[in-house]
Write a protein that binds this ligand. Structure first.
Ligand SMILES: C[S@@+](CC[C@H](N)C(=O)[O-])C[C@H]1O[C@@H](n2cnc3c(N)ncnc32)[C@H](O)[C@@H]1O
Length: 379
């Protein structure tokens, strides 16, 4: 079976920095060429979706200029070493199983945003790009951002969907809420967001339904029982699509899979990344996750004590829709390996897991498969 790229647009900002869990024997093969993001414009691009009579937009994983400027403005007069110390302590809390409760002050919130907002923005954007690729006609007007923190997913959704007009955000953390409101103050589009403080389940019970509901890097902060209740509440408030993004760890994947299963039982359909609504075909220790490369600003490098000018964020996600999904392309589950004789790729297909090999002698197919990237939709 030959798989062709589902859409050339979907790979525009996709990266291939390292290998996913690829359990074939061809893993030592030559790597793909270096990532393309560095060479690409860092602004939103409009790419035509040739041959489908549609045009859809893919969004850059790098923070939009307005948000960067707002963060830079907040940074003035703020010690980078103090921010680095706070960011390190917040990261340690996360690694030790704690949550955003460690973010208490304005300085904590800013340190968190400097360290993590670029990566979470990139992961949400990559997930939204995958959704847009599958559903190019989706034009939500209303957004509900659950556990919105500094407003990361709202910024990403606003970039991905010019159609969005109403933005409702909820979070328990006052420091992050205050920062989010500061960051949107000079934004023409987001100045009018409605950001309320409140516990997600209580807040959702009284929230209006929205076309697009997003929970980004949030459900891992609550207990399993709370996650089950929250999943159902978020779904009840979803008019069209629910997107949940988590860290690309086995634990993050497990949370996504549990929510996915629960909501499919309630009638949801998977738009991305899965090409089916059945059980996930992956077996432990394998897990479904993706990676997105993003540029690091000087401040970002300083706060993270990092040398490299880029970062690779690993994430897991699911986009669930109310209506059945018309297009179900297969998904590339790890960076394909390229050898002198063939390209080997691990795919999730509508029929299950497939380890496909494209021999070099099949010239046209080989050339097409060379462009595959981890996370691509191919059909
Ligand atoms: C890791 S942060 C992610 C923030 C934001 N969604 C992002 O992607 O940058 C998790 C957020 O979830 C919020 N949160 C955790 N439990 C919550 C709850 N029960 N109700 C509302 N918000 C909650 C935290 O306050 C924090 O802002």
């Amino acid at each position: 079976m030959i798989f062709l790229p589902f859409s050339p647009c979907g790979r525009r900002w996709r990266e291939a920095p390292d290998e996913g869990y690829l359990s074939t024997k061809t893993q030592t093969a030559e790597r793909y060429p270096s990532p393309v993001t560095n060479a690409l414009p860092r602004v939103r691009a409009t790419l035509s979706h040739k041959g489908r009579g549609k045009e859809h937009k893919m969004t850059s994983p790098d923070l939009p200029a307005e948000l960067k400027a707002a963060l830079d403005g907040k940074l003035r007069g703020f010690s980078r070493s103090d921010a680095a110390g706070r960011a390190a302590s917040i990261s340690k809390t996360y690694r030790d199983g704690g949550g955003s409760g460690a973010i208490r002050s304005e300085a904590d919130a800013l340190a968190y945003a400097l360290a993590r907002m670029p990566a979470t923005y990139a992961a949400v954007t990559a997930s939204l790009n995958a959704l847009v690729e599958i559903r190019p006609d989706f034009a939500p007007k209303t957004l509900l951002d659950v556990g919105a923190g500094p407003g990361t997913a709202t910024w990403a959704a606003a970039e991905a969907f010019p159609s969005l007009q109403d933005f409702a955000l909820w979070d328990t953390n006052e420091a992050l809420r205050t920062l989010a409101l500061d960051l949107v103050r000079d934004s023409t589009r987001l100045r009018q967001i409605n950001y309320e403080r409140g516990e997600a389940r209580a807040a959702l019970a009284k929230a209006d339904t929205a076309d697009l509901v997003v929970a980004s890097y949030m459900i891992g902060e609550i207990s399993d029982a709370e996650q089950r209740a929250l999943a159902e509440l978020m779904w009840a408030k979803t008019r069209d699509t629910l997107l949940v993004v988590e860290p690309g760890t086995p634990a993050g994947y497990a949370r996504i899979i549990a929510l996915r299963e629960r909501l499919i039982a309630l009638g949801a359909h998977v738009a991305a990344p899965c090409p089916h609504d059945g059980d996930c075909p992956l077996q432990a220790p394998d897990w479904c996750h993706f990676t997105q490369r993003l540029q690091r600003s000087r401040a970002h490098k300083q706060v993270k004590g990092a040398e490299l000018p880029f970062e690779d964020e690993k994430f897991a996600y699911v986009a669930l829709t109310r209506a059945p999904v018309a297009q179900r392309p297969s998904r590339v589950l790890a960076q394909p390996t390229v050898s002198k004789v063939e390209i080997a790729a691990k795919l999730c297909t509508p029929e299950g897991l497939a380890f496909t090999k494209v021999p070099r002698r099949a010239k046209a197919d080989y050339a097409a498969a060379r462009r595959w990237r981890w996370g691509d939709a191919v059909s």
